[in-house]
Design a protein around this ligand. Structure first.
Ligand code: ATR
Length: 285
């Protein structure tokens, strides 16, 4: 593409940002969708996000993705916030408005789209969630938005999980050791911990094979490696398991739509997916 006086700028802000795949996805989408905009990454240290956004507003920077450590800290700096992002208490997308930046959470939209596109119908089900960090929080909101009736939430630190999620009567918080208390053999499960992430890819939060007999469909939010140990255990027990690559892709697609006010073509998504898959293979290679 040709960069000219009308080229818009979007970027990721976080600390660290050097290894991000977001520029790859967004610049691919700009190319295929014919949008005159570039996407880069800015290293913004903890405590500096308000100053960064003040400058960005004056510069007319069109949109941002926000990552660690700013997803919660950025909220007081916004001129407006989408209700789902407000409910989650974390923002990963900012869009320029006349008054400042409006915040959204496309992490939640990304997992919703991945689940829908996989054909997993989870409406009315009580699902299983592994983990209780920021990612688990966004995923749980997405699952309720998709119509689940409740969730078993399993975490290493049970007290932390109980404090965060135990107030909602639809949730049952359990330790990994108590996973046997979950009845049934047709559950949907999302793995939201960092256990199994490259290079520590030989591990899963739960090893007990009997746990995996309860799961028929699963998503691991990790995308590197392409098949995590959690996914392998689900598959070995006869279930279907997907990795988090499409969640990453779709959160970027949803951010792109918000930044530029456009829809994104199937071909554009396919091209970005291919580039992303290649890049991820390169990361673990
Ligand atoms: P994120 O925002 O990406 O979710 P986080 O808030 O640090 O990151 O949460 C990481 C999740 O991975 C938590 O559920 C954490 O469990 P604890 O709440 O008990 O810390 C889980 N996790 C990280 N390392 C783990 C390990 N070695 N064993 C089990 N769970 C682990």
């Amino acid at each position: 593409m040709t960069i000219d006086g009308k080229t818009g700028v979007c970027a990721l802000i976080g600390d660290p940002v050097e290894h991000t795949l977001s520029p790859l996805i967004h610049n691919s989408l700009s190319g295929t969708e014919g949008i005159n905009s570039v996407y880069t990454a800015f290293h913004v240290k903890k405590g500096n996000v308000a100053a960064a956004l003040k400058g960005a507003f004056e510069l007319g920077i069109r949109g941002f993705n926000v990552t660690v450590p700013h997803k919660e800290a950025v909220i007081p700096c916004l001129s407006d916030i989408d209700p789902m992002a407000e409910a989650i208490g974390a923002v990963n997308t900012l869009c320029l408005t006349g008054k400042g930046y409006k915040g959204y959470n496309t992490d939640a939209l990304g997992i919703m789209r991945e689940i829908r596109e996989c054909g997993f119908d989870i409406k009315g089900e009580k699902v299983i969630l592994l983990g209780a960090g920021g990612a688990a929080n966004a995923v749980l909101h997405a699952l309720y938005a998709l119509g689940i009736s409740g969730a078993y939430i399993l975490n290493r630190s049970v007290d932390k999980a109980r404090e965060k999620f135990g107030g909602d009567k639809r949730n049952t918080v359990l330790s990994y050791e108590d996973a046997g208390k979950i009845e049934g053999d047709d559950h949907f499960c999302v793995q939201c911990t960092s256990v199994g992430l490259h290079p520590d890819s030989g591990r899963a939060p739960i090893e007990d094979a009997s746990f995996y007999k309860k799961i028929s469909r699963a998503v691991d939010i990790i995308y590197n490696p392409g098949e995590t140990r959690f996914m392998k255990l689900v598959r070995d027990a006869g279930g279907r398991a997907e990795n988090g690559l499409d969640m990453l892709l779709y959160q970027a697609v949803e951010s792109f739509k918000l930044f530029h006010g456009v829809s994104v073509s199937r071909e554009g998504i396919e091209t970005a997916r291919q580039k992303l898959s290649e890049a991820v293979r390169g990361l673990s290679g």
